[in-house]
Design a protein around this ligand. Structure first.
Ligand code: URA
Length: 445
């Protein structure tokens, strides 16, 4: 077999066989296939696409390219969750303890922030003392004792994806549906859970800007998960507007705690409870309505917050800040952005707002940038809300006051104020299962 012939085949729009895909991934991980040939293949895939069978074969080859996590030593159904990335998306911090409090297990590897999107591990590391890198035995022990553990990616999980992702990043080949689907699902398969809930974001702050593209990605990933023998469901949710009101690491932990106390913003609470109910459903804890009731009860009784505190303590963190978020170390400076006009908030570009948070220090501008745990934005006014001239529309927090000017300019360019109240937007668009796509209302949740 020769890589040259495989590139030619894909260039002409033909499907690669499972053996050809294995040869290509194996050779690339072992450095037998050079970057320039793989770059040509990636571009050919961008133009020619892949069939469902090819995408599944690519995912399996990538998942098998390194270590795979065997979670069988933990009793019970282990359910994973993946978000395709968003701004203000702290749902893992809320869903995982809810699911644990309701009797399923979450043994989850999470990521760090990427570009304008935040990452669960950066958020957790804003809790003083919290360790996201722990030995495997401690990870298992924490899941057994608390029902959940959230850790950073360990070991040599899907090294093919790591190498391919870096190459895609510099060859303009990130935005290809089979490449995104196989990248995400290879890591999910290698991470070893029994069931997977995918939260596929759509809108200005998401990879998939349109609902149709998000549904297509969701379908591809559900087909891969089910094909690999994992119960997999996807929800397509809104990321045109940031989720909740807090963006930035400790600010988002504090807002997650508010949701777990039943005092959080409506949009974040609704999306989190819906995701948690679907995770419980996938874990076999009853029908969706029963799972939703159980999720709500775990918030009302405080058992979900107890689980989060227990996990944080087990992983070395100080849970005093969870019991009382006012104890979080504060940013060195804060400023309010005031409305130049009266009216309604008619637009909030989630991507630009995420980039504003990065400028304030909540994310990384370069790979080696240091995150400021307390930096970020509190959205005083959100999409659809009334604002009077001179009122604050957002509070910016940073340890670097030099960033305020640029951040304010960026924030203002992301937000529109108009005379008329805008149309309401759905929070959740569709549910995608192996049986097809259902508009969310029709899914009965
Ligand atoms: N997230 C991933 O892990 N991979 C992609 O290709 C895109 C988003």
């Amino acid at each position: 077999m020769r890589m040259y012939d495989l590139i030619t085949k894909k260039k002409h729009g033909k499907a690669l066989s499972e053996a050809e895909i294995s040869y290509m991934i194996d050779g690339y991980v072992k450095d037998a296939i050079p970057d320039y040939q793989m770059a040509a293949m990636l571009m050919a895939i961008c133009f020619s696409g892949m069939t469902e069978e090819e995408t599944t074969a690519l995912t399996k080859a990538m998942a098998a390219s390194g270590d795979t996590m065997d979670l069988s030593a933990i009793a019970g159904v282990k359910v994973d969750k993946h978000s395709t990335g968003g701004v203000g998306d702290k749902t893992t911090l809320i869903c995982a303890p809810i699911v644990a409090a309701c009797g399923a297990k979450v043994a989850k590897m999470s990521g760090r922030g990427l570009g304008h999107t935040g990452g669960t591990i950066d958020k957790l590391e804003s809790i003083p003392g919290f360790k996201a890198v722990i030995p495997q035995e401690k990870f298992f022990e924490t899941v057994r004792a608390c029902g959940l553990s959230l850790i950073g990616q360990t070991g040599n999980l899907a090294p093919a994806d790591k190498k391919l992702y870096a190459l895609r990043d510099v060859t303009a080949t990130v935005d290809s549906l089979p490449l995104i689907a196989s990248s995400i699902m290879s890591k999910k398969l290698a991470a070893g859970s029994d069931a997977i809930l995918l939260d596929v974001k759509t809108g200005s702050g998401a990879f998939m800007k349109t609902e149709a593209d998000a549904i297509a990605l969701a379908r591809a990933m559900v087909a891969i998960g089910e094909g690999a023998g994992k119960r997999t469901v996807a929800l397509v949710t809104d990321m045109d507007v940031p989720l909740g009101r807090a963006i930035g690491n400790s600010l988002e932990v504090a807002e997650s705690i508010a949701v777990l106390k039943g005092e959080g913003p409506k949009d974040l609470t609704e999306v989190s409870l819906t995701l948690a109910a679907h995770m419980l459903f996938l874990a076999g804890r009853g029908d969706l309505a029963a799972c939703r009731r159980a999720a709500e009860e775990s918030v009302a009784k405080g058992t979900a917050l107890d689980r989060l505190c227990a996990m944080v303590r087990a992983q070395g963190g100080d849970d005093a800040v969870l019991r009382d978020p006012s104890k979080f170390p504060e940013a060195m400076a804060m400023t309010e952005i005031r409305a130049n006009d009266s009216g309604y908030i008619t637009a909030m570009d989630a991507e630009k707002i995420g980039e504003t948070a990065v400028v304030l220090g909540a994310g990384r501008e370069r790979k080696d940038s240091v995150i400021h745990p307390a930096a970020g934005i509190v959205l005083r006014k959100k999409y659809g809300e009334r604002v009077e001239k001179g009122e604050s529309i957002a509070a910016l927090y940073t340890d670097n006051t030099m960033a305020f000017r640029e951040a304010e300019r960026m924030y203002r360019s992301a937000v529109g104020i108009g005379a008329e109240a805008p149309a309401r937007r759905p929070l959740i668009y569709a549910q995608v299962t192996k049986d097809g796509v259902a508009r969310f209302e029709e899914a009965g949740a």
